[in-house]
Structure formats: structure tokens, C-alpha cells
Ligand binder design. Structure first.
Ligand code: F6R
Length: 345
């Protein structure tokens, strides 16, 4: 039931955003289902390294795999968001091209470049041109469910990717996925994420910077992009320790309405914890309007990442409601893609 005190725009947005909200709540269910049900090929030859290529909501899965598997993956893992593969990605490498629509220009180019260089290739998509060219070249296509915005389909894109890569890691496999998803679903059902609305309220109308530990950069970036795309607000992200060497100087002339959100993890090393504490005391506390902290729950990386992703998605959707905007459409991205496809130069 809409609350009497809510503005009409919020009430209207809530109705429009109800299905996107449901999708965010279904994160653990969809992730587990995707892990169990989406077909992935067996990789017979161990590659020299893996290069994941894609853009936006399709690319973030690659970055998140680096976060989740980074310390335990026994192969080099590179992510490419753009038109060019690094020169050293060639024969013996596995290139995984991910595009939800299958029609993203940059991803089509890197996929074709990987073919010219003699790389092994694999595609994750719902269809489109990427599926067509892959099938023409005899490349395996992992098909994911269609009908969503790419960023909302992250559980369907991340699960098969992680499953493919998990054969080179001992710690992440079916039992861990089941355990983590069950815990997350339980927390969602018990209302553990109810503070997401309060956090959205604190962000509304302010300038926001998300800070995270460098090993969790992909998570801070996903928070940024979900706030950008769902709530249609300008947000930035930074990481520690790197931000201690540049960003903090900019605080000397920061606007008055800066809100800092710290994404924290008990997995951070001692030096990073110290940096968060001292940066808080020296920079954020004296200069920011507010400093807010979100501590990831879970004992290991997979659980913490999924927990923080769910939390961030919900914050972005509550903020969309409060802003009175429809979360799902991203008209400017679509218009730009159309304009690019029409103009020669
Ligand atoms: C839209 C979104 C975008 C797209 C990106 C690439 O929800 O998140 O960032 O993911 O424009 O398109 P696809 O994913 O179709 O390759």
C-alpha cells in the first residue's frame, strides 16, 4: 500500500518499478537457477589466459569474476571494455565475448579480432549478431534468458561465466554457490536489507562518491552504474589505497553536499583498514556532509560480493522511486546506439 505521506511521483514510480524491484529481490534465486540450468561448454585445453570482453551490464560480470576468483584463479584473467584486445592476447588464449543483446559494436569487433588472432572463443548472449557470427564460425554459444535489461540480467550472465572459470579454482563450486544463495535468500526474506531505503534517502539530492577497497572495485563500480542507470543520478566511485594518492586532495574544494558511501569488507588487509580509518578522520569527516558505511556480510568473497550487489541494486531502486523515475529504460544509451549505427563518420 502506498504511504499517505509519499509524494505522488514516488507512488507512481513505485508502481512502474515493481517488476525491477522483484528482479533485484530474486538475485539469489536467479543466480542459483542460472548456475544449475544454463548450459556451459567444457573447456578441454587449458588456455594460456582468459580474456573477457563486453560492455556495460554485460562486462561487469568479467570484473566481478576477477574480484571473486582473483586470489585463487590459477590463470591470467583480463577484461576488455572497448574495441581493442591487448597485443598479447593471441594464440592459446580463450576469449569470452559477452553481450546480452548480441549487437554491441565493440564486442562484435573484439570477438572478430580474437578469431583473426587464432584465439579459442566462446560467447555468452541471448542471440543477435554475436550468436549468428559465432555459430557461423563454429564457436560455442551460451544462451541466457532474454527479455530483461542487460544490467538486470546480471545473475544470468555472471553465473555461467563463473561456472566456466570455476574449473580452475578449488574454492568456488556448486556447494559454495548453493550455500551463499540460500543465506542471501534467507536474509532477504527476513528483511535484512530494509536499511537500503534509509540509505537511498541519505543519498537523495546529494553528490555521491562510493569508496571501496581496490580488490572490490567492481562492486563499487556496479553501485555507481546502478545508481546512474536505475536512479538516473550522477555518482562516482573511487578505491583505496589509490584514492589516497590523488582523489583526497580534490576534497579541498568539494561541494557542500558530498555524501560518502564506504563499502567495507572484513577481508580487507590491515593496511587498508588503517587507510579507511585515517582518511575518514582527516578528509571525509571534516569535509563531507555525511559518511555512511556498508559492511558486507558473508565469510568469503562470493558471498560478500553477492550481498553487496544486492544491497546496491536495492538502494538504486529505492532512489529511483524517490526521484520519481522509471528504473528500467535507459533512453540515452539507446539513442546513442541508434545514432552510431546511422552515421558513417
Ligand atoms: C543496459 C546496460 C548497458 C548495456 C551495454 C551493452 O541495461 O546495462 O550498459 O549492457 O550498452 O549492451 P549489451 O549488454 O547488450 O552488450
Amino acid at each position: 500500500m502506498p504511504s499517505e505521506s509519499e509524494p505522488a511521483t514516488t507512488q507512481r514510480a513505485k508502481v512502474l518499478n515493481a517488476s525491477t524491484h522483484k528482479m533485484a529481490i530474486a538475485w539469489p534465486t536467479n543466480f542459483k537457477r542460472a548456475w544449475e540450468e544454463i548450459w556451459v561448454p567444457e573447456i578441454e585445453q587449458i588456455p594460456k589466459g582468459i580474456c573477457i570482453t563486453g560492455m556495460g551490464g554485460s562486462a561487469i560480470g568479467g570484473d566481478l569474476c576477477k574480484t571473486i576468483l582473483g586470489p585463487v584463479l590459477s590463470l591470467p584473467l583480463e577484461t576488455v571494455k572497448g574495441y581493442e584486445l591487448p597485443a598479447w592476447v593471441g594464440d592459446g588464449w580463450l576469449v569470452i565475448a559477452i553481450s546480452y543483446s548480441g549487437n554491441t559494436e565493440e564486442t562484435l569487433q573484439t570477438f572478430s579480432m580474437a578469431g583473426e588472432r587464432g584465439c579459442s572463443r566462446l560467447v555468452i548472449t541471448t542471440g543477435g549478431e554475436l550468436a549468428r557470427v559465432a555459430e557461423d564460425d563454429g564457436v560455442s554459444v551460451v544462451r541466457v534468458p532474454g527479455g530483461y535489461q542487460p544490467r538486470a540480467a546480471l545473475p544470468f550472465l555472471l553465473a555461467p561465466l563463473l561456472k566456466i572459470l570455476s574449473i580452475w579454482c578449488e574454492d568456488v563450486g556448486e556447494p559454495e554457490v548453493e550455500r551463499v544463495c540460500e543465506e542471501l535468500a534467507k536474509e532477504l526474506a527476513e528483511g535484512a536489507f530494509s536499511s537500503t531505503k534509509q540509505l537511498a534517502r541519505e543519498l537523495q539530492g546529494n553528490s555521491v562518491v562510493i569508496y571501496g577497497w581496490e580488490q572490490f572495485e567492481a562492486v563499487a563500480y556496479r553501485w555507481q552504474t546502478q545508481l546512474n542507470e536505475n536512479a538516473k543520478v550522477m555518482v562516482f566511485h573511487q578505491c583505496l589505497p589509490e584514492a589516497n594518492h590523488n582523489d583526497i586532495v580534490g576534497w579541498e574544494s568539494a561541494p557542500e553536499n558530498m555524501v560518502v558511501v564506504l563499502l567495507r569488507s572484513h577481508l580487507e588487509p590491515r593496511q587498508v583498514r588503517r587507510r579507511f580509518k585515517l582518511t575518514w578522520e582527516l578528509v571525509w569527516q571534516p569535509r563531507a556532509k555525511k559518511v555512511l558505511e556498508v559492511e558486507a556480510k558473508g565469510d568469503a568473497r562470493l558471498g560478500q560480493v553477492l550481498w553487496l550487489l544486492t544491497f546496491g541494486d536495492l538502494v538504486s531502486l529505492h532512489l529511483a522511486d524517490m526521484q520519481g523515475v522509471e528504473a528500467e529504460p535507459v533512453e540515452v544509451i539507446e539513442s546513442l546506439k541508434t545514432a552510431l549505427s546511422q552515421q558513417g563518420e
